[in-house]
Ligand binder design. Structure first.
Ligand code: UDP
Ligand code: MG
Length: 320
């Protein structure tokens, strides 16, 4: 069993060789001012650069640094989960590796935790150095999600947050694959509060969240926290068939009881294309849910660990 410490900092990393050294130093500087015991749990999410070598060297020099090495890239939310699973602190902070979230804010978060809050999340009042496209899509996504679910997920917050051990354990007990950690924390409840911050530019390197991964995260969030898209599909189908029925009677009436039969290949094709389009996209919505249900039923482990360094006993933990 790892020795419990006061604070665990979980840092997921995917190809972060350019920033990780600086991140470590800035984190360390902040953590040392707390005057409490701490650990930094780095999770290497299958990086293909020197990230792993750099952190391994840190582990040798500093026993507060720990490394969970994945067997391949499993994705950011899963990496954060692994870090939480391996953490032992009374409190746990989730922070990105690229210094977009200022480590200095941890001091304020700890202060709020001492006031009795179980979750202190960082709320972005400004995002620097991100494209208007990312800001716009992010703002739209948070608001759309909010309107779709009954879980109160705060807008403009990322995963940068401090959690009490009991919240961390609650999250670790939820083993779903489609993970949207911010939503899961909201779902868990407990006493929550926020601290405002300005999100900096990435310190170096490129974003590891291309459009493809962003889309996947938003779909995961949507499907895990709402079944409204399915209900909307049903309602839309009902309304359209009602309209169709009424129109059918109009056309039949005209055909049998008046001299003017409705004509037009163009309108037929237009209607047919429109309705097939709608049907297929609704099937797509259904598919998103069915695919995820299938993934969950396989009950595979969320991730595979190839190596865990500096955890007491250095148990060669292969899987979880
Ligand atoms: N990350 C990860 N696995 C991935 C993608 C990203 O562990 O597959 C990490 C990344 O190293 C960083 C954090 O997740 O610490 C957030 O990624 P990034 O800063 O690229 O996202 P953005 O801030 O651009 O949304
Ligand atoms: Mg970033």
């Amino acid at each position: 069993m790892p020795k419990p410490c006061f604070l665990s900092v979980v840092v997921p990393m995917y190809n972060e060789e350019e920033v990780i050294e600086v991140t470590y130093r800035r984190l360390k500087a902040v953590l040392d001012t707390l005057g409490e015991t701490y650990e930094i749990v780095f999770v290497n999410d299958g990086s293909r650069d020197k990230t792993s070598d750099i952190v391994r060297a840190m582990c040798e020099a500093d026993s507060t640094v720990k490394l969970v090495e994945f067997s391949r890239n499993f994705g950011h939310q899963i990496a954060v989960t692994a870090g939480m699973d391996h953490s032992s602190g009374r409190t746990v902070v989730l922070i990105d590796a690229d210094l977009q979230d200022p480590p200095e804010l941890i001091v304020d978060m700890v202060a709020r935790w001492r006031e009795g809050f179980d979750v202190v999340y960082g709320k972005r009042i400004e995002r620097k150095g991100e494209s208007w496209f990312k800001k716009l899509t992010a703002a739209m996504f948070y608001r759309l999600l909010r309107s779709m679910t009954s879980v109160n997920i705060p807008v403009d917050t990322g995963d940068f947050r401090l959690m009490d051990r009991k919240v961390c354990d609650a999250l670790s007990s939820m083993r779903e694959r489609s993970r949207f950690i911010r939503g899961m924390v909201s779902w868990a409840g407990f006493k929550q509060t926020s601290v405002d911050y300005v999100r900096d530019e990435r310190f170096a390197g490129e974003t590891k969240y291309p459009l493809r991964k962003m889309l996947r995260l938003s779909l995961d969030a949507m499907t895990s926290f709402s079944t409204k898209p399915l209900k909307i599909a049903g309602i839309l189908g009902f309304v359209l068939s009602a309209v169709g029925f009424v129109y059918l009677f109009v056309v039949l009436y005209q055909h049998f009881f008046t001299n003017s039969t409705q004509q037009g290949w163009t309108s037929m094709v237009a209607i047919s294309l429109l309705f097939h389009g709608i049907t297929l996209s609704l099937l797509g919505v259904l598919g998103e849910y069915i695919g995820r249900t299938y993934e969950e039923t396989k009950r595979r482990p969320l991730y595979l660990v190839s190596e865990a360094i500096n955890f007491s006993g250095d148990e060669p933990e292969a899987t979880r």
